[in-house]
Design a protein around this ligand. Structure first.
Ligand code: ADP
Ligand code: MG
Length: 401
């Protein structure tokens, strides 16, 4: 399948060609024709599978510049909004379509100006969008299409009430609604029913495997040696760029501090939602450009962020949600590049480890780091402890025979 077979307009096809995309990804191939027909759609596919272009290309293909908001795209974080805006602008470069990018943590001046000058597409995080609405800058009445992107993240971040409010502000009768998410837990499916037309198309591209180009394993360790093993792994690994995932913000800070203090200094950076907008952007940019070689991040902050060419992924803890294991690790083996992924495993996380194995339908190797002085933990036994049965004394009756 090629992009030109999908029915996109010539200026958009030219931009796609300049982006050097060879073929549409599965979600693009399946979603684009329906979106061009004007259907409502739910699209579920893993992070990094090209969902942005799946909605941006057909919407741009069919849009006449009128200098008023016709398409609204909601994003959960500033970074994602930024990326999606960049994508829209590069796909729209041979058209006269303009975008406005609205998010918090920055002044209103530029954003207001962009809206007043006449943007056809508005890309926004929920809070700031509503602020602009209250200020009278943002008008909803000419909207033709509402895109709810990365909805599972919106839910994680507690945005559902405000997103509902925004959906209610959008015209209902002549509106197309597109709904994208990496995962579709029941709560999200219920929400989708509420905001989409009854005949919405559903596309789910499940991916439960870890690409064969990625080598991944569990590294069992005692609780009090987790940090030592992490440092030893970092020391013994030849990496170009490493992402380390933690469960909480506090943990991200402490892991970052630990690595900084162990001789890695300014090559380490951290990203989570307590860190200011400017610093987060700087962390991301620095990591992309190679100024930082290690990025410590919480899953919420990192999900959906497009970072290519990560050579190594470390899970400081086994992810609680098995899908996250596949998502995180997917950051290494993208576009056929090979990658390595390490997951530290302590005894209290065995249930999560089994859930991950069940999810991907495969046993994950347990490995030991060579040269590391392990303190004893039952996890390290080749065969886990079983109740010990004493050998039975030979019965007297037998002996007589
Ligand atoms: P998602 O929203 O599914 O997480 P993105 O839309 O952010 O994924 O896309 C991830 C990356 O894939 C981006 O860098 C994008 O430029 C690239 N990409 C999108 N579509 C294609 C394609 N058809 N061929 C190659 N690369 C693509
Ligand atoms: Mg996305």
């Amino acid at each position: 399948m090629t992009f030109s077979e999908l029915g996109l307009s010539a200026p958009i096809l030219q931009a796609v060609e300049e982006c050097k995309y060879q073929h549409p990804t599965p979600i693009q191939e399946q979603a684009i024709p329906h979106i061009l027909e004007g259907r409502d759609l739910i699209g579920a596919s893993q992070t990094g599978t090209g969902k942005t272009a799946a909605f941006a290309l057909p919407l741009l293909s069919d849009l006449e510049p009128l200098s008023k908001p016709q398409i609204l795209v909601l994003e959960p974080t500033r970074e994602l909004a930024d990326q999606v805006d960049e994508a829209f602008r590069s796909y729209a470069k041979h058209t006269d379509i303009h975008t406005a990018l609205l998010y918090g943590g920055m002044g209103y001046g530029q954003q207001t100006q962009d809206l007043k000058r006449g943007a056809d597409i508005v890309i926004a995080t929920p809070g700031r969008l509503v602020d602009h609405f209250y200020r009278g800058n943002m008008k909803f009445k000419d909207l033709k299409c509402l895109v709810l992107d990365e909805v599972d993240r919106m839910l994680d971040m507690g945005f559902m009430p405000i997103v509902r409010k925004i959906v209610n502000l959008c015209p209902w009768d002549h509106r197309q609604t597109l709904f994208f998410s990496a995962t579709m837990p029941p709560m999200i499916a219920g929400f989708a029913k509420w905001c989409l037309k009854d005949d919405a198309v559903e596309i789910a591209i499940a991916r439960r495997e870890v690409a064969s180009t990625i080598s991944h394993a569990f590294y069992p360790v005692g609780l009090d040696q987790r940090d030592d093993l992490l440092l030893a792994l970092i020391r013994q690994t030849q990496f170009h760029s490493m992402m380390i995932f933690t469960r909480t913000r506090k943990e991200a800070d402490s892991v970052c501090g630990l690595i900084r203090g162990s001789g890695y200094g300014d090559t380490v950076t951290v990203m989570h939602s307590d860190i200011g907008q400017k610093e987060r952007m700087a962390a991301l940019k620095g990591f992309r450009e190679g100024k930082f070689s290690i990025l410590v991040a919480t899953d919420v902050a990192a999900r959906g962020i497009d970072i290519n060419g990560v050579t190594h992924v470390v899970n400081y803890r086994v992810p609680e949600n098995p899908e996250d294991y596949v998502h995180r690790i997917g950051r290494t083996g993208r576009a056929e590049a090979t990658g390595d992924a390490f997951t530290l495993l302590t005894a209290d996380e065995l249930d999560f480890a089994m859930a991950v194995e069940h999810f991907i339908g495969k046993k994950i190797d347990r490995r030991k780091l060579e040269g590391f002085k392990y303190a004893y933990t039952t996890l390290l036994d080749d065969r886990p402890l079983r109740p010990v049965r004493k050998p039975r004394p030979a019965s007297p009756s037998r002996r007589r025979r």
